[in-house]
Design a protein. Structure first.
Length: 694
């Protein structure tokens, strides 16, 4: 309020209390009549204050003239009530204050202030409704409330809050008492030939008001599928007009054709056919029995004789009520049955033909291994004058074997055209090529004989950190498999001798890599039962230096576990640590102190493996969830390409634009709901094409 208005209000209050110095007019005295013609309203307030002995605080917005006439004398109380009515007629209200004074202000903001005084005071009242809807009652009452009043509907408590003058509130109270009466009736109509859901849909459309939505009519229609009935609720006269329409529609359906074609939206007709055939008692045909899964057939064993000569699906078996067949050209079922059976089968199909949820299975396989091998060995050879060995030590599995090398050296004394010479030299060369670490040796004459030795020392440290994350998405209760690896040929048999006229080798290819087989089952509580088989395999090398057979590392896990949606669970693991010490030597000599090391070969091996398998299932309930997942994974792969070369357009974008001619997947906008008064910040959407930073 401006300073001038504040000063004016204070002066008006002071003048109202003090009053003019002139004597009061005759009409203001007690017991006199009241006759005011076109008087200034502020002067009128001042005279009433002097006559009644009350203090008034006048709002600066109070202005105008008043005209009041009475034909009988008025007491002070009567004068005050006439004064309040006069102010109301001029759009003003009088509100008591804590100090005992009265504030006079325009009535436009009376609904936001406290209650006023007088028999026609401005107040607020709550009307509790029993049958009428709060929103509908508010729309009915609003035109009856004055310009300064307000009407608010409270749907939660089914009540209406009205702020207005007391006499108008009494009129509204009486009106609500007359209209808040439940005059509606109920009626149940049982159908004989038609479907309750179908008839209810037709009635909701027919009874909808012009321009309105189905279901907004004067009569509410609710189908009851268990009894194939319709519950009607509304005015009895309206119900009487609707019942003949229902009976006519139901009667016309009696003469309809008993053959119906149902096109499925989500379910597989081939899998659904044996279920429906068992419901109606029809013999399950051989084609559908073989095609349907065990879960769809309920696990019931089929009759061997019936499977050998099944009845055709199009020919009804005597005593059966219905015949169901599948149309191979489309995902559709053809049902020939009575009206009751048609309705029953239609309801079964409606409940089964639903969009199935999907499950994203993400696995993390972590394997940490560390292997250390140390080998040390000495091998001796003694020969006579003619070079024929008289004694040797040989540790072929852990050290470079001495015998093949000695044979290669002795092969030099053979003729060049002798085929054995080339074979012995090749064998000696292969032995040296397969050696690890340090290989050294020597030889010389010892009297009339020869001697030689080989020292082999090797150290091998191996460490690996394997991290694999296979993932796949499948339908609820459907098995899925992902395999990422190679097919490695494994020799199973061979004949390669020179004397064989038909040499051959047989091999079998085996999958090596990461393999995940899973079948998720979504439970009612939101958890997921996983039937899981995880396999991780790799090639470790050859079995021995002299053999070409492969050694395969294999980690396999097969289990069933229950995991909540989005949680991470450990499916299994292995902690393995082993130490091996192998000593080969000459008995007696190998245990001698100091010189015993010349007559033995020592191998120490230490291995440690830490393997863990983690599983995280996520339920994909809607197309929006699937779109958000695709956008997230697409963005991840696209960002990886950008990290490799920020200046080049990712090949994903190029392929999508030039070949598929479409747009990349984009996550849908999040739908955020919050209670009243709570503020929630929506997450920022990822940038579709981030610019590379300098």
């Amino acid at each position: 309020m401006k300073r001038s208005n504040m000063i004016g209000a204070v002066l008006a209050a002071v003048l109202a209390v003090q009053g003019p110095l002139a004597a009061a007019p005759a009409w203001a005295q007690t017991g006199q009549t009241l006759n005011v013609q076109g008087a200034d309203i502020r002067a009128f307030i001042q005279d009433v204050a002097r006559s009644t002995g009350r203090t008034f605080i006048v709002d600066p917005g109070v202005a105008g003239t008043v005209t009041v006439s009475s034909d009988r004398p008025l007491s002070r109380a009567q004068l005050f009530e006439v004064f309040l009515s006069t102010l109301r007629a001029n759009g003003l209200v009088v509100t008591p204050t804590a100090s005992g004074a009265y504030r006079i202000s325009p009535a436009q903001g009376a609904a936001q202030g406290p209650a006023t005084v007088g028999n026609e005071r401005f107040s607020t009242e709550v009307f509790q409704l029993r049958h009428l809807d709060a929103a509908a009652a508010a729309e009915t009452i609003r035109p009856l409330v004055g310009a300064q009043g307000q009407v608010l509907a409270n749907p939660g408590a089914n009540s209406v809050v009205v702020a207005d003058f007391s006499d108008n509130l009494a009129r509204i109270r009486a009106l609500i008492g007359r209209i808040d009466v439940d005059r509606t009736g109920f009626e149940v109509v049982t159908l004989q030939n038609s479907s309750a859901r179908e008839i209810a849909t037709v009635l909701q459309t027919v009874l909808a008001p012009p321009g309105g939505q189905p279901g907004q009519g004067m009569v509410s229609v609710t189908p009851v599928e268990s009894s194939n009935s319709i519950v009607l609720r509304g005015d009895p006269s309206s119900l009487a007009r609707i019942r003949p329409l229902i009976e006519d529609l139901d009667r016309r359906a009696e003469s309809a054709d008993d053959v119906r074609v149902v096109f499925l939206q989500h379910a597989n007709a081939e899998a659904l056919l044996p279920v429906l055939q068992q419901i109606v008692g029809q013999q399950v045909t051989a084609a559908s029995a073989n095609a349907a899964p065990a879960s769809a057939r309920g696990g019931a064993p089929a009759d061997a004789a019936a499977s050998a000569s099944p009845a055709p699906a199009s020919a009804p078996v005597p005593g059966q009520r219905a015949t169901i067949a599948r149309f191979p050209g489309a995902n559709a079922l053809v049902i020939s049955a009575s009206a009751d059976t048609q309705r029953m089968l239609a309801e079964v199909i409606r409940q089964l033909d639903q969009r199935r949820q999907q499950v994203l299975i993400e696995a993390i396989v972590v394997e940490l291994s560390d292997t250390a091998v140390r080998e040390l060995g000495v091998q001796w050879l003694l020969a006579g004058e003619d070079g024929v060995p008289t004694g040797l030590t040989n540790y072929s599995d852990r050290a470079t074997p001495l015998a093949p090398i000695a044979g290669g050296l002795g092969a030099g004394q053979l003729d060049e055209d002798n085929p054995l010479r080339e074979q012995l030299q090749s064998l000696a060369l292969n032995s040296l090529l397969g050696a690890n670490g340090f290989v050294g040796g020597g030889g010389g004459s010892l009297g009339n004989g020869l001697f030689g030795f080989i020292i082999n020392a090797a150290k091998n440290d191996e460490g690996s950190n394997l991290l694999q994350t296979p993932s796949l998405m499948t339908l609820d209760n459907e098995e899925a498999t992902i395999l990422v690896g190679q097919e490695v040929p494994i020799t199973t048999g061979e004949t390669l001798l020179d004397g064989n006229s038909n040499p051959f080798r047989t091999t079998q290819r085996q999958d090596i890599g990461v393999k995940l087989i899973v079948r998720p089952q979504i439970n009612a509580g939101g958890s997921i039962t996983l039937f899981l088989r995880q396999e991780v395999s790799s090639i470790n090398g050859v079995l021995t230096n002299s053999a070409s057979d492969l050694v395969l590392n294999k980690r396999e896990l097969e289990t069933t576990l229950v995991v909540d949606d989005g949680d991470i669970a450990v499916a299994g693991g292995l902690l393995d640590q082993n130490d091996r010490l192998s000593v080969d030597g000459v008995p007696g000599l190998a245990s001698l102190p100091v010189v015993g090391g010349l007559f033995r070969s020592t191998s120490r091996q230490r291995g440690r493996t830490n393997l863990m398998v983690f599983i995280r299932p996520t339920i994909i309930r809607s197309p929006a969830d699937a779109q958000a997942l695709a956008a997230d994974r697409w963005g991840y792969m696209r960002q990886q390409q950008l990290n490799n070369d920020p200046a080049v357009e990712p090949s994903l974008d190029e392929m999508l634009r030039d070949y598929m001619r479409t747009q990349p997947p984009v996550a849908p906008d999040p739908v955020i709901t919050a209670p009243v008064g709570e503020v929630i910040a929506a997450p920022l959407a990822p940038v579709a094409d981030p610019a590379p930073r300098e």
